[in-house]
Design a protein around this ligand. Structure first.
Ligand SMILES: Cc1cc2nc3c(=O)[nH]c(=O)nc-3n(C[C@H](O)[C@H](O)[C@H](O)COP(=O)(O)OP(=O)(O)OC[C@H]3O[C@@H](n4cnc5c(N)ncnc54)[C@H](O)[C@@H]3O)c2cc1C
Length: 518
């Protein structure tokens, strides 16, 4: 073994495999499927939790009339951008249909607005924001085409005439349109890549978002896919196994786990979240990452998106409305969106509603106790519904994504002034260590489908290079659009992204210029 490998601690030797897949979320399972499809069955999936699915995770909550709990999603909940007849389709939508995942169209027009005095209609501001969107998306297109400097989403908005300033209703409308999706404020988000990301999911596929209500859990589709190539107690799936160290080189990868065992692999695919990669206490990589990789990990952002669930003994809000938007008089993003599940198509008569907070408010709320959060949220409901004597919830819970040790955040976002080169360095392999996950997706970062495409890409790249090395070799076809084996990477980063760089080698195989209705 290479000299940097730690000596075997026990009397045994490390378990050996061709490909170690680190993480059993969407990217990990899709990578395993891609390997299987190319006849590479010698792999191991190493997963922290007792189940696969990663950030697509559910929990029992509250009780129905028969006393059985509902299933609610703590992480991913929507299929975002479905697809059109004959057009490209979001793979999550394809599998959702295939495995009969129950879901309901999220009607963003089904919204009532509130402030601290109760119901007040400021839906016109949502309309104003959307009018500005059609203007500023053109400006982003110009920046992209002419290789100009990126700016903040805030700057883009302002130049299109959208200036919410201290108007808290306008701030709430803006939060609803932007932060709710990206979990970052416009001030901290890239203008150009905010627009390309939006276009590639919502113009390329479709502008529909369908909310999953399946009582088997959203991840049922992923488990169904896994069951096509993993047997019931497949010894290639190592659950409840925490990776602590990864030693990598040009010849192999050694993975050590908390229980003291180790895996020696020819290749590895690390699908850990950007939050895990950024956290010094999570997993240690040996040698330390080179400057180009380290810079990209430090540059991109991982947000926090927190859903706070309540069950009451009655539905005191309008049961026919899906969304309730609240404008706090003092704090942007303070319990801003409430979503009813006690509504036709969801879980009618369940008396369940949940609030969503993101970013700094999410950090604040995740750091406080359940009781503190419950009291704040009930006070907001009392302002929204002044005629209602708000009852104590019969069930209450929320996850703490910002401190979850296998995720450290919810999903990634691109900050101001990033380039495709910076992001490509997040994707690129170092020696035999490859990376995949929602955060490595140039086209669909933040989404389940981003993780799906990137997992497949990593599996195909490795399968391709193994086939070449096996020397059936020179003529074997590389089943990967962007090539097999090593990714492109950039030791020196340029200030902007040239138009020709929008290509599959940099993860942008699709056209970033999708426009509404295309
Ligand atoms: C609150 C929230 C809401 C979201 N909403 C949506 C949505 O509505 N629609 C949508 O498309 N996307 C949504 N997303 C994003 C979506 O969940 C992710 O893009 C996707 O699940 C990421 O998959 P992945 O395979 O890249 O990463 P992960 O799912 O994080 O998989 C990585 C795996 O690695 C494991 N792991 C981590 N550390 C270790 C370790 N040390 N040892 C062993 N294993 C380890 C983890 O347990 C995990 O299973 C949401 C995410 C969150 C958190």
């Amino acid at each position: 073994a290479p000299s940097f490998y730690p000596r075997d601690s026990g009397n045994g030797t490390c378990r050996k495999t061709k490909v170690a897949i680190l993480g059993g979320g969407v990217a990990g399972i899709t990578a395993a499927q891609a390997l299987t499809n190319q006849s590479i069955t010698d792999f191991l999936i190493v997963e922290y939790n007792g189940d696969i699915g990663g950030r697509m995770v559910h929990t029992p909550f509250g009780a129905d009339q028969a006393g059985n709990p509902y299933t609610v999603e703590l992480g991913a909940n929507w299929i975002q951008g479905l697809g059109t007849e004959g057009g490209p389709e979001n793979p999550i939508w394809t599998f959702g249909k295939k495995y009969n995942i129950s879901n309901t169209y999220s009607d963003y027009e089904s919204i009532l607005t509130y402030n601290e005095t109760g119901a007040v209609d400021f839906t016109n501001l949502i309309g104003d924001f959307e009018t500005a969107w059609t203007d500023f998306e053109q400006a982003a297109g110009t920046i992209l085409t002419e290789n100009l400097q990126d700016r903040s989403f805030r700057a883009g908005l302002s130049q299109a005439g959208w200036k919410p300033k201290k108007n808290m209703a306008a701030q709430a409308a803006e939060w609803w349109e932007w932060d709710f999706e990206t979990s970052y404020p416009p001030d901290e988000s890239s203008f150009v890549f905010g627009i390309t990301g939006y276009n590639l999911s919502f113009y390329q596929f479709s502008d529909e978002n369908n909310f999953v209500t399946d009582q088997r859990g959203f991840n049922h589709w992923l488990k169904s896919i896994a069951s096509t190539f993993l047997t019931a107690n497949d010894t290639r799936l190592l659950l409840d196994t925490i990776v602590t160290d990864v030693h990598y080189s040009d010849t192999g990868v050694l993975v050590t786990t908390e229980d003291g065992s180790c895996i020696e692999a020819d290749y590895a695919i690390c699908t850990f979240s950007l939050g895990v990669l950024q956290n010094d206490d999570a997993v240690t990589f040996h040698p330390e990452f080179p400057e180009w990789k380290d810079t990209s990990i430090a540059t991109f952002q991982i947000g926090t998106y927190t859903k706070i669930f309540f069950q009451f003994n009655e539905t005191f809000w309008d049961p026919d409305t899906q969304f309730f938007l609240y404008a706090s008089p003092t704090t942007r993003g303070y319990y801003p969106v409430w979503q009813s599940l006690s509504t036709e198509g969801f879980h009618p008569d369940s008396n369940i509603i949940f609030a969503t907070v993101v970013g700094r408010e999410a950090y604040r709320i995740e750091a406080q106790s359940d009781d503190e959060t419950k009291a704040e949220a009930l006070e907001v409901l009392a302002q929204m519904f002044p005629d209602v004597d708000i009852p104590e919830p019969t069930a209450f819970l929320y996850p703490r994504w910002s401190t979850t040790p296998w995720s450290y955040g919810s999903y990634s976002n691109w900050p101001v002034g990033t380039t495709l080169e910076t992001h490509q360095n997040l994707r690129a392999n170092i020696g035999r260590l490859y990376f995949a996950g929602e955060h490595t997706s140039t086209e669909y970062f933040g989404f389940l489908h981003g993780a799906w495409f990137e997992g497949r890409e990593a599996g195909q790249r490795i399968a391709g290079v193994i086939a070449k090395d096996a020397e059936y070799g020179a003529n074997s076809t590389c089943k990967n659009e962007a090539g097999c084996g090593d990714h492109v990477k950039y030791e020196v980063l340029h200030g902007t992204t040239e138009l020709y760089e929008y290509n599959a080698l940099n993860g942008m195989g699709a056209d970033p210029f999708y426009v509404a209705g295309s």
